[in-house]
Design a protein around this ligand. Structure first.
Ligand SMILES: NC(=O)c1ccc[n+]([C@@H]2O[C@H](COP(=O)([O-])OP(=O)(O)OC[C@H]3O[C@@H](n4cnc5c(N)ncnc54)[C@H](O)[C@@H]3O)[C@@H](O)[C@H]2O)c1
Ligand SMILES: O=C(O)C(=O)C[C@@H](O)[C@H](O)[C@H](O)COP(=O)(O)O
Ligand SMILES: [Zn+2]
Length: 358
């Protein structure tokens, strides 16, 4: 692909993340050469792009389109079943391929459908949000939500390529761009302080999809994720660090019935994780304050009602990092030094939450 930055991922069979502009027009080059059929699972906002893909690939392969509900509405078993039905009725085989075109919710679903159809067919992720490009589409964590919690059903199933076309991301509403920055900030705090410095230097330029700094931030965050998942695809250890801010974040998404943006919930979750780090590991006050300053500069939420604590705690018990009923959190010893905190007692957790509670 021309003008693309290539970021390799070494796990899940090995694949590349392509970052650049106008890339979707050469999507055919990353599809399996012998695929007779391609199912494009896409978000409603991406219908015109899906149609463009159909025209582009006509003659080479049969392109089927599956428009799925917007945002978290896509991550439901009924929607997976709708996709499985299309695959069944079109005799989709293991040499065919799925394309996930949309934000993280769409690519999580598309990857899950690919992982489960015939126990695994090839798929390509085409993220169209900031959050999808820097995080969701990379690493092969696929899944759907259940009534009990976020991403409780899923599979590790790597794509054969990720195509992050920044021309597609440019149409994203500003609030979605800002929410996606929560994951970029996460990458900054756990592994790349330069990310934080670039946002602090000029938040307007950093979040302008046409700026060079924006592209640098996208690429830096992808490199963080690619490096971690190359080392630990199935989350046996190091990959857990990517869950910084997510234990409380996912509980907030559940409490809000999946109507909140993921990045907004993770922003509050990171404040909680930073406050917990201050209490448990002695994370300096300045680093905790830095979380608030950066997330507020992005106009992301940093507080949540104090009265919701018991509800959130109950949901957090189902967090995938929990072991034998014991909650585990990702905390920071310092910027760039995340680690797991085991066996946290409830009063310590509540003390940290009091700093978040409004
Ligand atoms: N698998 C992973 O490793 C991983 C990592 C991070 C997040 N996630 C998941 O990703 C999801 C959040 O992803 P998201 O923030 O991209 O949200 P999203 O997929 O809900 O997309 C946000 C909104 O933007 C719209 N949209 C998408 N692209 C657009 C475009 N180019 N122009 C205009 N509108 C567009 C969508 O239709 C939606 O309304 C959550 O479900 C989260 O759990 C997964
Ligand atoms: O890739 C990972 O690993 C992550 O934890 C990245 C997170 O940003 C992402 O939201 C992920 O979907 C959370 O996974 P879960 O296992 O906590 O459901
Ligand atoms: Zn996330």
């Amino acid at each position: 692909m021309t003008d693309a930055t290539i970021i390799p991922v070494a796990s899940g069979g090995g694949y590349d993340v392509h970052v650049g502009r106008g890339l979707v027009d050469s999507l055919g080059s990353v599809l399996p050469p012998n695929a007779a059929k391609v199912l494009v699972i896409h978000a409603p906002a991406m219908a015109p792009t899906a149609e463009r893909l159909r025209e582009q690939l006509a003659g080479r392969t049969e392109v089927l389109l599956a428009e799925v509900p917007d945002a978290e509405g896509a991550k439901r078993v009924e929607v997976a079943a709708f996709c499985w039905q299309i695959l069944g009725q079109t005799d989709f085989t293991r040499t065919d391929a799925i394309v996930g075109l949309g934000g993280g919710a769409t690519t999580d679903l598309a990857g899950f459908v690919a992982a489960t159809w015939l126990r695994g067919v090839p798929w390509v992720a085409v993220p169209t949000t900031v959050l999808g490009a820097v995080d969701a589409a990379v690493g092969g964590k696929t899944g759907i939500n259940t009534a009990e919690g976020k991403n409780l059903v899923g599979a590790f199933w790597a794509p054969r390529a990720v195509v992050a076309d920044l021309d597609l991301v440019a149409t994203l509403p500003k609030n979605d761009i800002l929410a996606g920055f929560a994951e970029i900030v996460k990458a900054g705090f756990i592994a790349d302080e330069r990310i934080l410095e670039l946002i602090e230097a000029d938040v307007e330029t950093a979040t302008d999809p046409n700026s060079a700094v924006f592209r640098e931030l996208i690429e830096r965050a992808i490199r963080v994720k690619a490096e971690v998942v190359s080392d630990d695809f199935t989350e046996q250890g190091r990959r857990e660090m990517l869950n910084y801010g997510h234990t409380l974040g996912h509980a907030i998404e559940h409490a809000e019935r999946y109507r909140w943006r993921h990045g907004s919930a993770v922003a509050i979750g990171m404040i909680f994780a930073a406050e917990l780090s201050r209490l448990a590991t002695g994370l300096p006050d300045a680093v905790v304050d830095r979380h608030r300053a950066i997330l507020e500069s992005l106009t992301l939420p940093t507080t949540y009602p104090i009265g919701r604590w018991k509800t959130l705690l109950a949901t957090m018990q189902r967090d995938k990092k929990a072991r034998a009923g014991m909650l585990r959190f990702i905390v920071l010893d310092d910027v760039g030094r995340p680690r797991v905190l085991n066996g946290t007692d409830e009063s310590l957790l509540f003390s940290a939450y009091q700093e978040v509670g409004s």
